[in-house]
Design a protein around this ligand. Structure first.
Ligand SMILES: [Zn+2]
Length: 316
């Protein structure tokens, strides 16, 4: 009786034990499976440290997938974290860093700016025709040219009230300049244009002259090549105050007024100080580019050069 009793009791205990064991093993198995298939684990396997993994997991899925499927890259996180990082430029950023920095400390913001605008290449190499469908937003620089021998059709003469003799510009730009000029006048400043639309032939003459007399390098430093000049767009004006010149205009109150107000009339300072390697041009306090009011405001508020703004927001 006692023997039978014991026997009956033992069976369910063993079964229960087995069930519990199976459950424990299943939970462990699931957890292990989860661990080894988690992005966190995979990134760790690639060599990313805990704090790096934390950052990567906050990125978009496509960046996480990239990191999981490629070797550890110490430039990956700082690049993706850049405000103006463009995914399709990733390989170019990496190549540029390798060429330009070696073991030196990398300025990632500079890398992103230069590569985005194409300035990781020598000027006038890797050039393309600019997208004329962009209208007043077209980008013209040492990598983006106008169509061959481009000439705008709505060029009008500027009166001597606004410009030195022999200046002409596109109609809408002229109207915008008149409006800006009147506003400046009201604040006590006089604006005068000394260079404006330049035809392909005129630009070619300037460039060829420099090249003949001083060589190609000099010519490329001081003049744009024909079809690569913003003046040929009919959207750019060189603006001074009467009596000022290239060497002192940046120090005038008129320049200060323009820096703060030009965007309200559709113009931006095209070649700002300290951005020479991005724009490809020396600082020109007098060179203003018409973009239309809406876009000029956005560019002004972004604090970017137009080359950078275009690359990030407008290029497609
Ligand atoms: Zn100019």
């Amino acid at each position: 009786m006692y023997y039978t009793k014991r026997k009956v009791k033992k069976g369910p205990i063993i079964i229960l034990g087995i069930i519990i064991l199976v459950i424990i093993l299943a939970i462990c198995g699931i957890n292990l499976y989860k661990k080894y298939t988690s992005n966190e684990y995979k990134l760790g396997e690639k060599g990313y440290k805990e704090n790096e993994i934390e950052k990567i997991l906050k990125f978009d899925d496509k960046y996480i997938t990239y990191a999981i499927n490629h070797d550890y890259e110490d430039d990956f996180i700082p690049l993706v974290e850049q405000k103006y990082f463009i995914w399709k430029n990733y390989d170019k950023y990496i190549n540029f860093i390798d060429d330009e920095y070696g073991d030196k400390k990398v300025d990632y913001s500079r890398v992103v700016s230069l590569v985005n605008v194409g300035a990781n290449n020598e000027p006038y190499t890797h050039t393309k025709k600019t997208d004329m469908d962009k209208g007043y937003a077209i980008l013209v620089n040492k990598y983006n040219s106008l169509p061959d021998k481009y000439a705008p059709k709505d060029i009008v003469e500027m009166s001597n009230w606004y410009a030195y003799p022999d200046n002409s510009i596109r109609k809408d730009v002229y109207d915008a300049f008149k409006e800006m000029s009147a506003a400046a006048k009201e604040d006590g400043y006089t604006l005068i244009v000394n260079s404006s639309y330049r035809s392909y032939e005129e630009q070619k003459e300037i460039y060829d002259d420099y090249e003949r007399n001083r060589g190609k390098e000099y010519a490329d430093t001081y003049a744009a090549r024909p079809d690569f000049s913003e003046h040929q767009t009919g959207l750019s004006l060189d603006v001074f105050s009467p009596g000022a010149n290239m060497s002192n205009f940046a120090d005038t109150e008129t320049f200060k007024w323009l820096s703060e107000n030009a965007y309200k009339y559709g113009f931006i300072l095209r070649y700002p100080e300290g951005k020479e390697d991005i724009t490809g041009y020396n600082y020109e306090a007098w060179h203003y580019r018409y973009l239309g009011k809406e876009l000029a405001k956005k560019v002004f508020e972004s604090g970017l050069t137009y080359d950078e703004y275009y690359a990030y927001y407008l290029d497609d």
